[in-house]
Design a protein around this ligand. Structure first.
Ligand code: FA5
Length: 346
């Protein structure tokens, strides 16, 4: 028996030494130390030995069992370390390699100018509010003193929508200007009001270099006790100087919009030729940038605001106009045709 144990010892240790991975190790464990393994069988056979041999053989077999278990644990440890090292080496990263460049996006010129104008007005105490692009006839026209059949409706060629809103109103339309927001805002809020309302507007237009069928406007509205034409002029003058430069001059001329009285158009002196006349200002020396006026008393009455107590001014400007002037862009269609060669310049 002792001889058999010796043979088993050298055979088992030799095989263990030669093992290359954890799977082989497990097979080895089953073969020698498992329930039907070689050593286990020998231990079971101890009871068949004569009593005088049994004690020594038992001690030797148990010693061998301990030895094999310890060597197994050591080998398992070694193999685990070797496998981990191998895996780490396989997944090694060369941190000195140059990375893949990330293409940096940029803000659309309309977004940039929208943010710039909004921050000028918010610095002057105006808040910023947005509203729906699909409108009712009432807000887009009626409430703004433009009833059905009024010739001013021709000023805003309209895209009608075959849609009924939750109040059952139809037909609806794509708002032709941001002015309906004046009514919506005043319905909800009492004066004092200082607000700008930017957003998309839509017109059934023949598209050309200065006309799109979708473009952005910014509407401005201020209503309070004692607001006068001087406030309108002062606010818009300051806006023009902050956006186009401190030495800008502005010109106000009479214009007509049914929802203001009096109505004006505002122009700035051409910042390219300083008023002498050039291609940008079409030799006029002045560039028209917006329509404005004092809120019509009938409009105030319609939103339950007493025109004997409150007065206000409103203005509306085309947003694309501003970068077109600032950067000499001569075709509005470039803004929304998604040509990266154009957009990447901003
Ligand atoms: C209006 O839309 C008025 N709601 C403005 C207003 C508001 C007046 C408050 C008084 C008080 P108008 O139709 O002129 O006005 O348009 C205003 C600006 O929108 C124009 O000055 C122009 O810059 C721009 N605009 C008009 N039509 C187009 C178009 N088809 N494409 C691009 N921009 C346009």
């Amino acid at each position: 028996m002792l001889e058999d144990l010796d043979k088993l010892k050298s055979e088992a240790l030799e095989k263990l030494e030669a093992l290359k991975d954890l799977k082989e190790l497990d097979t080895w464990r089953v073969n020698y130390l498992g329930r039907k393994g070689a050593l286990t069988q020998m231990l079971r056979g101890l009871s068949d030995l004569p009593a005088e041999e049994r004690k020594d053989a038992g001690t030797a077999a148990n010693k061998l069992k301990t030895l094999l278990e310890e060597t197994l644990a050591q080998k398992q440890d070694d193999l685990k370390k070797t496998e981990l090292k191998k895996r780490l080496e396989e997944s090694r990263i060369d941190v000195t390699l140059p990375g893949n460049p990330i293409r940096l996006g940029r803000l659309h010129p309309t977004t940039q100018i929208l943010r710039e104008t909004s921050s000028i007005f918010t610095a002057m105490g105006f808040e910023v509010v947005e509203g729906p692009e699909v409108e009712t006839d009432y807000y887009n026209f009626e409430a703004l003193n433009i009833p059905r059949g009024h010739p001013a409706r021709d000023m805003w060629d309209t895209l009608w929508v075959d849609y009924t809103n939750e109040k059952g109103e139809r037909p609806m339309l794509m708002r032709t200007h941001t002015s309906p927001m004046q009514i919506r805002f005043m319905e909800r809020r009492e004066p004092p009001i200082r607000v700008i309302m930017p957003g998309k507007v839509y017109r059934y237009e023949a598209i050309d270099a200065t006309h799109e069928s979708m473009f952005y406007q910014i509407e401005g509205l201020a209503v309070d006790k004692g607001i006068t034409m001087a406030d309108l002029k002062g606010t818009l003058y300051e806006f023009a100087r902050r956006l186009f430069g401190q030495d800008r001059r502005v010109r106000f001329r009479c214009d007509y919009f049914p929802f203001v009285e009096p109505g004006v158009e505002m122009a700035i002196d051409c910042f390219i030729c300083k008023g002498k006349g050039c291609r940008v200002c079409k030799d006029e020396g002045w560039i028209e940038i917006l329509g404005a006026g004092m809120v019509h008393p009938d409009v105030l009455r319609r939103v339950n605001c007493d025109p004997e107590i409150y007065t206000g001014f409103a203005f509306g400007m085309g947003l694309e106009r501003i970068p077109m002037l600032k950067y000499g862009i001569d075709d509005i269609r470039l803004f929304y045709s998604n040509d990266l060669r154009f957009l990447e310049q901003f």
